[in-house]
Design a protein around this ligand. Structure first.
Ligand code: AMP
Ligand code: ZN
Length: 111
């Protein structure tokens, strides 16, 4: 499948990995929008948050456990987790991913 994140998972494309286990990997975003900008993704190819069902949703809670673990390890003083789902929301890579950003102040509401 022509999916850039699947290629990172199978090692075809390099990434700066922060965390990996049998279900997920986390790596630094190539175009960081904050001093800390990590992408946490399932190893299973799920196209977007709109494709989450009762069959595959367990990985989402695992991703949030991993986010909390990364925050503890990096002693992050607050962080923002973002998921862009669909073109209108700005999703450019069609493999489910959660942006974990920290190290600056974030405005709200988001633009
Ligand atoms: P989104 O726009 O929500 O789909 O986010 C996709 C993210 O993937 C963007 O923040 C990109 O900078 C990031 N990205 C794309 N290709 C790579 C790559 N090879 N390594 C790391 N991050 C990437
Ligand atoms: Zn994929």
């Amino acid at each position: 499948m022509d999916c850039i994140f699947c290629k990172i998972i199978n090692g075809e494309i390099p990434a700066s990995k922060v965390y990996e286990d049998d279900k997920v990997i986390a790596f630094n975003d190539i175009e960081p929008q904050a001093p800390v900008h990590i992408l946490i993704i399932p190893k299973e190819h799920i196209a977007s948050a709109a494709e989450i069902t009762d069959k595959n949703s367990a990985v989402v809670s695992h991703i949030f456990e991993v986010a909390a673990k990364i925050a503890r390890e990096k002693q992050l003083d607050g962080f923002r987790i973002v998921n862009n789902c669909g073109d209108s929301a700005g999703q450019t890579v069609k493999h489910l991913h959660f942006h974990m950003m920290s190290g600056r102040d974030f405005g709200w509401p988001a633009g």
